[in-house]
Design a binder for this molecule. Structure first.
Ligand SMILES: [Zn+2]
Ligand SMILES: [Zn+2]
Length: 206
């Protein structure tokens, strides 16, 4: 099946006409939201349904929505509703706002294909299997474990991944937490952001 159109995939987002013309298609420039005409300090390449594993694309949801460039406000509105709807388990590492260029979700079965070291994959899987109780922000069952950077700075800290307290959050509050972290970053050019798929996995940054 072919991909969806822009209007079907992102009904709430206005795209720049110039980014949709034949020249843009020919040069494979992804469509941009209209706000990027004036907003240069924050943008993200949003490819919600595609997972890139060591350079190879694998589509996780069909029809896959097209790749687009979004300003922060458009990205966060897309992400917040997508993430709040995802019912699976998420271990999300808070990114280093000054250093990250990608923020992407990898499902548990894809950990090794994504290049995670076996001991890191094992540590994350263990955390994903633990019960989380209720959300810190409300009384709904928690599905997310948000790991602040003060608890785990990098994936090399396997011991910290195992012991980090983290914040247990429901999907809505997990989504809100991630969006707040992005909102706190004053400048960014994210080359890749996707959304969760499957039953469980981790949000990682590089
Ligand atoms: Zn926008
Ligand atoms: Zn909650």
């Amino acid at each position: 099946m072919a991909g969806t159109t822009l209007e079907q995939a992102y009904p709430g987002i206005p795209f720049r006409w110039r980014s949709r013309n034949w020249w843009a298609r020919l040069t494979r420039v992804p469509p941009e939201c209209v706000h990027l005409e004036h907003e240069f300090s924050w943008m993200a390449t949003y490819v919600p349904d595609t997972l890139y594993l060591q350079g190879k694309a694998s589509v996780q949801r069909r029809p896959a929505r097209p790749e687009v460039s979004l300003c922060r406000a458009c990205l966060l509105s897309e992400l917040e509703s997508e993430l709040a709807r995802y019912g699976g388990r998420v271990l999300a590492f808070e990114p280093d706002g000054g250093a990250f260029s990608q923020y992407f979700f990898v499902g548990t079965p894809d950990f090794s294909a994504a290049g995670l070291r076996p001991e890191v994959a094992e540590a994350i899987e263990r955390r994903l299997q633990q019960s989380l109780g209720t959300c810190q922000g409300c009384n709904h069952p928690a599905r997310w474990l948000w790991i602040p950077r003060v608890q785990v700075e990098s994936l090399d800290q396997v011991g910290d991944i195992v012991t980090a307290k983290g914040q247990a959050l429901c999907p809505a509050h997990g989504a809100q937490q991630l969006c707040e972290a992005f909102a706190a970053v004053s400048e960014a050019n994210l080359l890749y952001v996707n959304v969760p798929y499957g039953e469980a996995g981790a949000y990682l940054w590089i």
